[in-house]
Design a protein around this ligand. Structure first.
Ligand SMILES: [Zn+2]
Length: 494
């Protein structure tokens, strides 16, 4: 991760106006519906029609999500469970053309030099790249709950300062809807938040995350710098220099074949120190590495290949060949002005800085031993894709229980909230609650399509989603309220 210069897209004023109006309508709707008396209600078809008559856009009204969730929240250092009403929107309520249009996208591609804001991989022709919301627009999650909290940062959905250009793996398989804030999310005052995620427009990511040229891995520089500051009294500059000179002093490191690349004693001291360190603000580097999957196998392999290439460049700069001058100029420029150099070598600039500094600190001419070790590492790199599902989930699916069914265990009714199929609402005039699906663990639960008491079909939630993507007919099945999911569901405590 590198700092990214923020550039304001030159947008058509009518687009900005439409976005402003839409956000204002959303704000009004959330205020109107966030009344405590509505704890166990879904919006009925009639309710929605009334809202449309009050001049709320139909596409917005039909994608309002009303959830009652059992949530765990931290209060005074303890986790407390409670029911929480959530009024918000599904992703379908947002107008993609107002944030992912050509003007915004081309501005982002340029300011990001075509790289993913998070993993710094050059987004190739084969992939479009995502216009990614830093603060999630529809629902947000955190490290200790799989629930989607609503509403999310809908007010920032069209704000270019909240948009980054990202590869689909960082966005859809890792970051997803994660947005954790120390002390709790403040969706109406995001400027006051102490976010865990690093914002590359506002912060220098190298304060938190750096790279080890011995193995191509990202490591939490903030934590390591705190370790050396507290145990040796080193400044950040001193720590940087020491780690460049002796990369084996980066603790907790191994290479792709789990050979330790850290000094044994350093590792021991670091583990001891970690046990006594509870300061959560020192965990931003490691949290970002985990949440964004910055040490996923495919990425490490790509970085090791990049290191091999950079090492070749260093060798050229120290030799007597015709490329010497150009290579020298390039490497020097990368250290002096890394952001403008991105246009020449867009990938992995942060890693390149650590690698060049390390090789320069060695003070020996480039040799082939390094190249051979990278080749060995490349051969042994695990190419297995990570176990994380890359499938983007559909946040309009949810469970629904009528009030008299709250004590049901082992099964829940599956519904779909959307503007096209009219299956939301409550046609029988009963009060109901809706509950979000835990996508990390429930995709293999069994879906039972009933007709009265008769089972018509069964499949998993994942299969249902796959089929729904190609077969819009499937949504008609929802209209009968006879799709159930069996799973390990406890009765809902009201
Ligand atoms: Zn990425």
């Amino acid at each position: 991760m590198m700092q990214i210069p923020y550039v304001t897209p030159e947008q058509d004023p009518t687009v900005l106006e439409q976005a402003d109006q839409l956000v204002q309508k959303m704000r009004d709707l959330v205020n109107l519906l966030s009344h405590p008396s509505r704890k166990y209600r879904l919006l009925t078809v009639d309710d929605r029609q009334k809202l449309v008559h009050l001049n709320y856009p139909t596409a917005l009204v039909n994608n309002v999500a009303f959830f009652t969730e059992r949530v765990r929240q931290e209060q005074d250092g303890k986790f407390v469970e409670s029911d929480q009403q959530m009024v918000g929107f599904t992703s379908a309520a947002f107008r993609t053309e107002l944030y992912a249009n050509e003007t915004i996208k081309s501005t982002l591609v340029k300011s990001h030099c075509g790289r993913c804001a998070y993993c710094e991989t050059l987004i190739q022709q084969s992939e479009y790249g995502d216009v990614e919301h830093f603060r999630p627009k529809a629902g947000y999650s955190n490290a200790w709950s799989n629930n989607l909290f609503r509403p999310a940062y809908y007010q920032l959905a069209y704000d270019p300062r909240n948009l980054f250009y990202s590869c689909s793996i960082c966005n859809q398989a890792y970051k997803k809807n994660y947005f954790e804030v120390i002390g709790g999310n403040q969706i109406n005052a995001p400027e006051t938040e102490q976010a865990i995620l690093i914002n590359p427009y506002l912060e220098d990511p190298r304060r938190y995350i750096r790279f080890n040229p011995l193995n191509g891995r990202a490591y939490p520089f903030d934590l390591v710098a705190a370790f050396y500051s507290q145990t040796k009294g080193w400044t950040i500059e001193r720590t940087s220099q020491e780690l460049w000179t002796k990369p084996r002093m980066i603790p907790g490191q191994s290479n792709s074949i789990t050979v330790a690349t850290s000094d044994y004693q350093v590792d021991q001291d670091f583990q001891m120190w970690l046990q006594g360190t509870k300061d959560i603000s020192l965990r931003r580097g490691s949290s970002n590495i985990n949440v964004l999957g910055l040490n996923r196998p495919a990425l490490i392999k790509s970085r090791v290949g990049h290191l091999r290439h950079m090492r070749g460049l260093l060798w050229a700069s120290q030799g007597q060949g015709p490329d010497k001058g150009a290579a020298n100029q390039f490497l020097q420029g990368l250290l002096e002005n890394p952001i403008s150099q991105n246009a020449i070598t867009p990938q992995y600039t942060s890693l390149s800085i650590d690698a060049i500094q390390t090789w320069n600190a060695e003070g020996i001419p480039g040799d082939f031993a390094w190249i051979e070790s990278y080749d060995r590492m490349l051969e042994q790199c695990n190419e297995e894709p990570s176990a994380v599902e890359t499938e983007a989930y559909n946040d309009a699916f949810c469970y629904m229980l009528f009030e008299h069914e709250l004590q049901l265990a082992g099964r829940r009714r599956l519904v779909y909230i959307s503007d096209s199929d009219k299956v939301y609402g409550n046609p029988m005039g009963r009060r109901a609650i809706s509950l979000a699906i835990d996508w990390s663990s429930e995709q293999d639960n069994s879906v039972l399509m009933m007709q009265g008491q008769k089972l018509m079909r069964s499949m998993t939630i994942r299969e249902l989603l796959d089929e729904a993507r190609h077969n819009p007919q499937i949504y008609r099945q929802f209209q009968r309220y006879e799709i159930w999911v069996t799973g390990n569901f406890p009765p809902f405590k009201s």
